[in-house]
Ligand binder design. Structure first.
Ligand SMILES: NC(=O)c1ccc[n+]([C@@H]2O[C@H](COP(=O)([O-])OP(=O)(O)OC[C@H]3O[C@@H](n4cnc5c(N)ncnc54)[C@H](O)[C@@H]3O)[C@@H](O)[C@H]2O)c1
Length: 343
């Protein structure tokens, strides 16, 4: 059985991730695409040679279709909540891109609409799906490092203008609301919770716009307190020249685990107890720059969740919590104060 899917927003992430993965999925089938920019649709037709796929300029028309089970929402951030709520109210399951919404109150509304309509709502916290993150989580949960004391994580690259030809909206508060924090930091905020199993309880941060012509932050340096008393430092920015920085390091009672820091997809492990040990695990990456698309299990997993074959790896509350934490980080930076996340 296949989930019949529509894609709302045919920009970069739909082209490299969602559309090809639906096309190659055993559990999903592409029925229709909408983008308000016709050129995007033409790009897709050329690139994928699609047959039997319908196109719409207005997503409301797509949502009226009764032969659709689910949609991917991959439009600019400020539309995530509105489009998701409309889709759920039209009886569709939704996979919405990160950040889930531009306000935590909107994320709450999305969750409430999902519950009322008894649909699936998943947020594409895509980094959870990387094999080295899955493996690291398993090892951390086994207690290999003992008590976690410190986490150091970073996600930085040279900016969305080097990613999408329609990236202008990423730099504006009214269309993105968050800058590097909503684009990149959100992945690591989510991973802190997912990999360690700890909650984030407090933050202090400095954010700024140092380089881009933007009214959102292009640099954020954050210190977080975790629920067991550990500390986490998080850097996210759009000012990193050269190769992107995308790693997660955990310092524990018995050792250190470097996840994707020395080499992408590699985990370095240093233990002092119960025996001195230094080892490494290199997991095959899901895709490399040579691949024409991101071979990730996000779509397959979402479709299987809709079919009730699997339990969701990402709950909608995870998306909400990530937004709430970003709001608190920005509050800390603007008030120059420690902020309690739970207030
Ligand atoms: N999970 C990830 O790893 C990941 C990676 C990159 C981007 N994203 C997220 O995906 C979303 C889209 O990002 P992108 O890089 O593809 O941006 P993009 O600018 O390349 O694409 C957005 C598309 O939405 C279209 N659009 C705008 N308003 C619309 C409307 N009302 N109806 C239909 N289409 C509309 C635009 O014409 C454009 O083609 C963002 O929220 C971004 O944060 C997630």
């Amino acid at each position: 059985m296949k989930i019949r899917m529509g894609v709302i927003g045919a920009g970069k992430i739909s082209q490299v991730l969602h559309i090809p993965n639906i096309l190659f999925s055993k559990y999903a089938e592409l029925k229709c695409i909408t983008d308000k920019d016709r050129r995007r649709v033409e790009e897709i037709k050329d690139r994928f040679g699609l047959k039997n796929v319908d196109y719409y300029d207005d997503y409301h028309e797509l949502l009226k279709r009764e032969d659709l089970d689910a949609v991917v929402v991959s439009v600019p951030n400020f539309l995530h909540s509105e489009v998701t709520v409309d889709a759920l109210n039209n009886g569709k399951h939704v996979l919405v891109e990160k950040p889930m919404a531009t306000k935590s109150s909107d994320a709450e509304k999305m969750i409430e609409t999902m519950r009322r309509n008894h649909r699936i709502l998943m947020v594409n916290h895509s980094q959870r799906f990387f094999p080295h993150h899955q493996k690291a989580r398993e090892m951390l949960n086994s207690g290999l490092l003992g008590e976690i004391r410190l986490v150091k994580t970073m996600f930085g690259h040279s900016g969305p203008e080097n990613w999408s030809s329609s990236a202008g909206w990423f730099f504006k508060k009214d269309t993105a609301n968050f800058g590097a924090l909503g684009d990149l930091g959100v992945h690591k905020i989510d991973l802190i919770r997912y990999l360690t199993g700890l909650e984030i309880t407090e933050c202090v941060a400095i954010t700024d716009t140092l380089e881009k012509n933007a009214d959102v932050e292009d640099v954020a340096s954050v210190i977080l307190k975790l629920s067991n008393g550990a500390i986490a430092t998080l850097d996210s920015n759009w000012i990193t020249k050269g190769l992107e920085e995308n790693y997660f390091v955990v310092y524990g009672e018995y050792g250190t685990m470097k996840i994707g820091q020395t080499t992408p997809s590699k985990i370095d492990i240093f233990l002092s107890k119960p025996v001195e040990f230094h080892g490494e695990i290199t997991l095959a990456p899901l895709f490399t720059n040579k691949d024409s698309y991101w071979k990730m299990p996000v779509i397959d997993h979402f479709a299987k969740v809709c079919l009730r074959y699997e339990k969701p790896i990402v709950e909608p509350e995870d998306g909400y919590i990530a937004i709430k934490i970003i709001e608190k980080i920005l509050e800390s930076s603007s008030n120059k104060k420690f902020v309690n996340i739970l207030d």
